[in-house]
Design a binder for this molecule. Structure first.
Ligand SMILES: Cc1cc2nc3c(=O)[nH]c(=O)nc-3n(C[C@H](O)[C@H](O)[C@H](O)COP(=O)(O)OP(=O)(O)OC[C@H]3O[C@@H](n4cnc5c(N)ncnc54)[C@H](O)[C@@H]3O)c2cc1C
Ligand code: FES
Length: 291
């Protein structure tokens, strides 16, 4: 109770106008919005995220800062509509305001010249991977990206990833574009052809990141994952985002979101992500009934 009051009264007390200035439907379920948020745009770095609350009845949800424009004072978010909060956000139009946004949160990605870097991303994880790939490219790395999606229609940011990569491989679960199957299978094929990047960034569904870590571990290729546990305050106070890293409890929001993939207890994270699934399902049914 103390924490929820603190969050309501303090963290979200500053009144800014988080107006939506641009909106694009990338796919019927995936939306891109550009929001007026000058203070966040000024400080944002690759790998960071915000926590937003759509309206007075809304929950706090974390979303990656995909892009930011310091001079215009805007940030760009890309999100998949899966539950009540993301559906409410997706229903907003240009000119509408988001109740509140706090950020940038989380540690920025560590950017340096590693040499050869593989960026492996799946689903809406490509949105989170894009600013990291861009920063790593700018630092002089050679980038090979592997982008995955369920099908051709749900593949996002292909053009943008091509701009910041030396080569892009695509895979879709149904084979409607690129190689049929998962991004992990593309990585396996490349490794079989002696591809050995100095570092791998894997960003996407937890099961995908786990599969990538299992492959890269066999070849001792350093791997970083960006974890997506449930987050509420995003500031290390509520403890919801706790993850086990080398058997130590860490808070993904303040210690991460990026971690050494070999140290992550993925099975525990997968189980924790399921904790609220019944409540989320009920909330979505109620929302659908009322809209
Ligand atoms: C650091 C971070 C960055 C993220 N960036 C993006 C992004 O750029 N684009 C994007 O589409 N999604 C992103 N997500 C996931 C996004 O936060 C969830 O999809 C969103 O919170 C779902 O809320 P909902 O009410 O629509 O769905 P719900 O029905 O409430 O939940 C659906 C599923 O979303 C996840 N989820 C729900 N609430 C939260 C929460 N408070 N925190 C984290 N996960 C939650 C759970 O896996 C849950 O099973 C990110 C998550 C994290 C932790
Ligand atoms: S989200 Fe609350 S401690 Fe990380």
């Amino acid at each position: 109770m103390y924490h929820s009051n603190l969050i309501k009264n303090k963290i979200f007390s500053k009144k800014n106008s988080y107006k939506i200035l641009f909106k694009k439907e990338i796919t019927p379920q995936i939306k891109q919005i550009e929001i007026n948020a000058p203070e966040i745009a000024l400080k944002a770095k690759a790998g960071q995220f915000i926590v937003l609350i759509v309206d007075k009845k809304g929950e706090r949800i974390p979303l990656t800062i995909v892009d930011w424009r310091k001079t215009e004072g805007t940030i760009t978010l890309i999100f998949q509509e899966i539950g009540v909060s993301t559906k409410k956000l997706g229903a907003l139009k240009v000119g509408d305001e988001i109740l509140n946004i706090v950020g940038p949160l989380g540690n920025p990605s560590h950017i340096e010249k590693y040499g050869s870097v593989a960026i492996i991303c799946g689903g809406v994880g490509t949105a989170a991977a894009f600013p990291i790939a861009r920063a790593l490219k700018k630092a002089g790395n050679t980038i090979i990206s592997i982008i995955g999606a369920q099908n051709k229609r749900s593949l996002i940011l292909e053009h943008e990833m091509k701009k910041v990569s030396d080569k892009v491989y695509i895979s879709t679960d149904d084979g409607s574009k690129g190689q049929k199957g998962f991004v992990s299978e593309v990585l396996k094929l490349l490794i079989d052809k002696q591809y050995r990047p100095n570092i791998v960034y894997a960003i996407g569904p937890t099961v995908m990141m786990k599969a990538i870590a299992e492959i890269t571990k066999q070849h001792e290729i350093r791997t970083i994952v960006s974890l997506n546990p449930i987050m509420i305050d995003g500031m290390g106070m509520c403890g919801t985002c706790r993850v086990s890293i080398d058997d130590e409890t860490k808070f993904a929001c303040i210690d991460g979101p990026e971690f050494d993939a070999y140290a992550v207890n993925f099975n525990e994270l997968i189980n924790r992500l399921r904790i609220f699934s019944n409540a989320e399902k009920t909330a979505l049914e109620v929302y659908k009934k009322n809209t």
